[in-house]
Design a protein around this ligand. Structure first.
Ligand code: MN
Ligand code: MN
Length: 313
């Protein structure tokens, strides 16, 4: 049987533990030419401030994606019947120069967007979202943002540097990459330096939802409100795996207690479907702290859900 669209290699054609080491065992491609969406890795941890290891994240996410089947039973979506999707490999960053790496990432995403493909990024530390948003702005103008994270990542600088995994959304704000009335941060929590730590974004017009306001409830009503506010604006989704409770996802660098559940993460990602999603990332998976592989399994499934959410209705 031939398909118009590429399909992941099935589990009855080759054992799940073998076959191509791509995301979901999809075909690989050199560029995004001809693709509707692409998976791309950024093997980077040189922007990390605490536990390192996210340079190993993309490979581990790909490995743990091997069990994901093509049909989404919960949502009824079959993304590979509607979209041409491939794994276009990794961004060749410079592990000894973060500033150069930021430029390399921006150039790489300009090329993806020139092909009108939706990039779904396997991270990598959160620094990488800043150059992606810069490329997004050049293509679409300022975008709406759904940012799921324990941390606001709006530091002006870290150790005097403007590029770091705690700064990407401050940089994006500075360069007018964001529609400030359509920025939503979800899951913020943890200890801080003062009572107003999460207020910087609020002063810019952002909606900053702390984890405690998410406890013990479904996030689907919140996502309905967010969909209404975003409307038809282009929207980018940035999902830091440390937004989840460390009981679910311990394999990350900057762990905070009292986080979101895996169910709430699914509600958020499924809640963006139907919007004009222009790109998404899943960042901060650190395999050395993920001995069971479960953090990477969750990340891989969330990236698949992002692909399902990207289908144009
Ligand atoms: Mn982050
Ligand atoms: Mn974080």
């Amino acid at each position: 049987m031939t398909h118009r669209y590429n399909q992941p290699l099935g589990g009855n054609s080759m054992p799940r533990t073998g076959g191509p080491a791509t995301m979901m065992r999809l075909p690989s491609a050199d560029t995004a030419a001809g693709l509707d969406a692409c998976f791309v890795g950024i093997p980077m941890d040189i922007g990390t401030s605490n536990r390192p290891g996210t340079r190993l994240g993309p490979r581990q996410i790909r490995d743990e994606s091997r069990m994901i089947r093509p049909y989404n039973i919960a949502t009824g979506v079959s993304p590979f019947d509607h979209m041409q999707v491939a794994d276009i490999g990794d961004v060749p960053i410079n592990l000894f120069d973060l500033k150069k790496s930021v430029e390399i990432i921006a150039d790489f995403y300009r090329d993806i967007l020139d092909h009108s493909a939706i990039p779904l990024t396997l991270g990598g530390d959160h620094t990488l979202t800043w150059p992606i948003l810069r490329a997004m702005k050049e293509k679409f103008g300022p975008v709406a943002l759904v940012h799921v994270d324990a941390h606001s990542d709006t530091n002006d600088e870290m150790f005097g540097e403007k590029e770091a995994h705690g700064c990407p959304f401050r940089r994006a704000w500075e360069e007018d990459c964001l529609l400030n009335d359509k920025v939503f941060q979800i899951g913020l929590r943890g200890t801080g330096y003062g009572a107003s730590d999460f207020d910087w974004g609020r002063r810019q017009g952002w909606t900053c939802i702390q984890a405690e306001d998410c406890w013990h409830k479904s996030l689907s009503p919140l996502m309905a409100e967010i969909r209404d506010k975003i409307g038809q604006s282009p929207v980018y989704l940035s999902f830091d795996i440390d937004s989840l409770d460390p009981g679910f996802a311990p394999g990350t660098g900057t762990v905070e207690v009292g986080g979101l559940t895996t169910l709430q993460g699914l509600e958020i990602i499924r809640g963006i479907s139907g919007l004009n999603l222009v790109g998404a990332d899943l960042v901060e998976v650190s395999p050395p702290y993920d001995p069971t592989g479960n953090t990477a399994v969750i990340a891989a499934n969330y990236l698949y859900e992002m692909l399902c959410a990207a289908i144009r209705r």
